[in-house]
Design a protein around this ligand. Sequence first.
Ligand SMILES: *Cc1c(COP(=O)(O)O)cnc(C)c1O
Length: 312
Amino acid sequence: MNINSEKRTPIHRIDHLFGNDIWMKRDDFIPFSFGGNKARKAALFFEDIDRGRYDCVVTYGSSSSNHCRIISNQCAKRKIGCYIISPKEHQETTNNRLMMKLFGAELIFSELDQVSETIESVMDQLRQQGKKPYFIQGGGHGKLGTQAYVQCYEEIREFEREQGLFFDYIFFASGTGTTQAGLVYGQLQHGEIRKIVGISIARRNPRGREVVIDSIREFDPLIDMDRMEQEVIFEDRYIHSGYGSAGDEIKSVVTDMLVAYGIPLDTTYTGKAFCGMKQYIAQNVIKDKNILFIHTGGTPLFFDHLQTVFDS
Ligand SMILES: *Cc1c(COP(=O)(O)O)cnc(C)c1O
């Protein structure tokens, strides 16, 4: 596969840090709705939506969801309805939530244990009204989400080929697992030896790792399971006390990266993962390697955290 270099997100070397050459792929620069991995995934979902002439979208996510911001932005651009099922428990006024409202998304609140019923009933109601709704799983989970990161892997290979270098490690924040599934699938297709390390931002093992494995198997049921399972490294040691929680170490990594390199990381995803990468490098005594960190976006969260985490 050849990818037009204009369509690739940039990769740049940050510095020799933590004993290694650290590079960053800027998926936060994807030029739609503050970018990020949800923008990369959404681009493929909306190709499908446009092709199938769907006239509204139903999806799921909390008030801080980057996915829901981008889906509602894509819907608003097309002037089609956007229905967001959202857990009652997470209703903070975040930048993402404010934008969902600005885009005119309809929010439907649900108890956590009634989410699938609520989704079903919203889909049914829309069909009864003569609409053609398209459903996207939370976080852009599913085959197209995985596909988006197989493509990202191809971009990384193209860059390596052009620059004559090889990344021994790739790190990033892993949540619902499709970002990781796509990257690992790309690696398996080419039989390359490197470590792709997803830093969990919430889920524990064995579940977190199994979800990644299931996504790869769903994407390609004929995959060699033994080889694939060896390649899925889902690190759950750097979660702190769960989704959104951040200790002092994460805060200082976020501050340092902003001060020294002007790079915004948020404390829920990219900052937690960058901090996890730093600890992983130290714990595994990794030295003098080329390491790529994927900036998966979340810039609106960076601004939330500036207020709620740093100015308090
Ligand atoms: C959703 C998200 C992730 C996690 O991606 P998954 O594909 O769900 O694993 C990482 N970083 C940011 C900024 C996100 O919004």
